[in-house]
Design a protein around this ligand. Structure first.
Ligand SMILES: Nc1nc2c(ncn2[C@@H]2O[C@H](COP(=O)(O)OP(=O)(O)OP(=O)(O)O)[C@@H](O)[C@H]2O)c(=O)[nH]1
Ligand SMILES: Nc1nc2c(ncn2[C@@H]2O[C@H](COP(=O)(O)OP(=O)(O)OP(=O)(O)O)[C@@H](O)[C@H]2O)c(=O)[nH]1
Ligand SMILES: [Mg+2]
Ligand SMILES: [Mg+2]
Lengths: 278, 292
């Protein structure tokens, strides 16, 4: 955009488009731009360069206010339940996270909780084998709660630092499948009070405003603790995060930037905003 | 919803007669909001709004409608028309096998949809050969074999071959041996900006010369749907589209973006994870979803 030129209405229109195209959404775009529009109209910001800086600062602020890192030290094992809609990247993200934490010297145990989809158990087992990490599984069709129960028990008995439980993808509007997740949370909590310590919702950056419905409904059902956004290596910018983090006050734990084990990054608001508004 | 919002705008209008420019523009602002909230890509919205404007300004308000309802009707009819008014099935090739190539982003539902298509063909008496050409995703090949076993449909065994192009080429010989009437090739998910994988897709297409390239897209896609579809279409030429995960509450604006930029028919929608959850596409249901 145009540096030291005097601010005109075109700049704000251009910014509105940039935000909308980034999937920020109508309401959130208006919210983000409203203070800026007022300051411009009252002549308190006079240069394009300044508008951009103010805008980015505001956006970084929205994303930063709920950020805090995951800390495992007070719980052993620290139990993470991974949830999200079909194809969002849960199993792959678990594979990446497990390897990442094992490399940091943590003892990790995985649970193949997707007992429904074809070859879902096999898929997680391949990731586990590649990092030489134990994976608890039962046969296809087994009950998610039974697998989760086994895994948390094993995690406790083997003194693991982390237990990560994979679940089958499900649309947030499928009441029965959301009930299944509520039940597994209760079951896990009975084996190990306070567990799962992190309910992690995996969102796909390519998805539009429906991510907001996903976040809201998964949160209503389960009280989500953190988010992961995947597929940011594509052209989608994941702008829905402004609405979701602002509204639900959730931290973004990691971002996925590809399909390989190393394609996992810490979420850094400044980098995220810079990619959205270059 | 949009209908109510337009009604509220037009309550201020005194008489009937003709749809005037400022009133049409006010309504179009509301329609733009609805389409953005529905995930229709911005450039697609711009063209659509311009076309509706041309149709609406100066139009006589029908005696049976209010101006607000008239605007909704114009928008509804135009969107329905653009989405393709009727179901167009995959054409069976005059000389078998009919070769179908699946393409799309990661996680869009390609492998599952191969299963659904195989079931549909089998029920019509056509025997299929499914080809697992995704060599990257852990257990992707196994996933297709599981579906094949579940359906009693043959799945090509590539043995030690690791190159997707070679797998596809050899699978066609197998199809001849088995006298398969339909070959459906499952490919790895790929980002449209991944040059190496887009090149691989082009090579697969060049090698097998498919009769049908199906773009499998997640109905929940956001603003990038237009660019993504256009890139796939420019790279390999899409013949048809399948929109998956329509059993959720996504508005589905991506359907319109994809149809608009490729001009290719949406053939089916995925309505669930089971292999019978594939329905022929009819525009009316998705139009009301998009308009909210
Ligand atoms: N490009 C890209 N692809 C990703 C990323 N994360 C996951 N994927 C791919 O997305 C596809 C789906 O990933 P999965 O891990 O199977 O997703 P899932 O949520 O477990 O899917 P279901 O269990 O079927 O609901 C796979 O092809 C992954 O390789 C990412 O950050 N970038
Ligand atoms: N609810 C719902 N889920 C679907 C539909 N189609 C596919 N899925 C699910 O979406 C997820 C991804 O499906 P896959 O068939 O593995 O997707 P893919 O495109 O082959 O994924 P990659 O090979 O990794 O690119 C799985 O959990 C499927 O069960 C649908 O129409 N509705
Ligand atoms: Mg999975
Ligand atoms: Mg697949």
């Amino acid at each position: 955009v145009h540096g030291r030129a005097k601010v005109g209405p075109e700049l704000l229109e251009e910014l509105e488009e940039t935000l909308l195209i980034a999937d920020v959404g109508m309401q959130t775009t208006s919210f983000i731009l409203e203070d800026l529009k007022r300051e411009v109209s009252q002549n308190r910001i006079r240069e394009n360069k300044e508008v951009l800086e103010q805008l980015k600062q505001r956006m970084v602020h929205v994303l930063s206010q709920n950020q805090k890192p995951l800390s495992f030290s007070e719980h052993q094992p620290f139990v993470i339940l991974v949830v999200g809609v079909n194809g969002s990247g849960k199993t792959t993200t678990i594979g990446k996270l497990a390897r990442h934490w094992k490399q940091q010297g943590k003892k990790v145990l995985l649970a193949a909780g997707d007992t429904f989809r074809a070859a879902a158990i096999d898929q997680l087992q391949v990731w586990a084998e590649r990092s030489n990490i134990p994976c608890i599984s039962q046969k296809s069709g087994a009950d998610l709660s039974a697998v989760a129960y086994d895994a948390v028990q094993a995690g406790m008995a083997r003194e693991m630092d982390l237990v990560i439980i994979d679940t089958a993808g499900r649309l947030q509007t499928n009441t029965n499948l959301m009930e299944e997740l509520k039940k597994v949370k209760r079951v896990i909590g009975k084996v190990l009070p306070g567990a799962p310590h992190e309910t992690l919702l995996v969102l796909d950056a390519t998805i539009g405003q429906n991510s907001i419905s996903q976040a809201r409904l998964f949160n209503e059902a389960l009280e989500v603790d953190g988010l992961v956004m995947t597929k940011l290596d594509g052209t989608a910018k994941g702008g829905v995060l402004f609405n979701i983090t602002g509204d639900l006050k959730l931290p973004v734990r990691f971002v996925g930037v590809g399909e390989k084990p190393e394609d996992l990054q810490e979420f850094i608001p400044e980098n995220f905003v810079e990619a959205l508004i270059p | 919803n949009l209908s109510d919002r337009l009604e509220a705008i037009y309550k201020k209008l005194k008489g009937r007669g003709v749809l005037k420019e400022p009133d049409v523009d006010e309504a179009l602002r509301e329609i733009r909001v609805a389409l953005i909230e529905a995930d229709v890509s911005l450039p697609v919205i711009k063209d659509f709004i311009a076309e509706v404007r041309v149709q609406a300004v100066g139009q006589e308000v029908l005696k049976s409608l209010t101006p607000g309802h008239q605007m909704v009707k114009i928008v509804n009819d135009h969107l329905t028309h653009l989405l393709g008014e009727e179901f167009v099935d995959i054409q069976i090739a005059s000389k078998p096998p009919t070769i179908i190539l699946m393409a799309g982003l990661q996680g869009s539902g390609k492998t599952t949809t191969v299963g659904k298509l195989a079931k549909r063909f089998k029920e019509k008496g056509k025997n299929c050969l499914l080809v697992p050409a995704d060599v990257y995703r852990p257990a992707a090949i196994e996933q297709l074999h599981v579906l094949g076993r579940e359906l009693g449909v043959a799945v090509y065994d590539a043995g030690e071959e690791k190159d997707p192009v070679a797998i596809c080429k050899k699978s066609l010989d197998e199809a001849v041996n088995k006298m398969s009437q339909v070959v459906i090739i499952d490919t790895a998910g790929r980002q449209q900006v991944d040059d190496a994988l887009m090149e691989e897709l082009k090579q697969i297409k060049e090698t097998v010369q498919p009769h049908e390239v199906l773009f499998v897209a997640d109905a929940m896609m956001g603003q990038q749907s237009a660019d993504i579809a256009k890139t796939f279409n420019d790279a390999v030429g899409i013949d048809g589209v399948i929109l998956t995960k329509m059993d959720g509450d996504a508005r589905g604006g991506a359907a319109f973006s994809i149809k608009r930029v490729t001009g290719k028919p949406i053939r089916f929608i995925g309505m669930g994870e089971k292999l019978d959850a594939l329905e022929p596409f009819h525009p009316d249901r998705i139009v009301s979803r998009i308009l909210g």
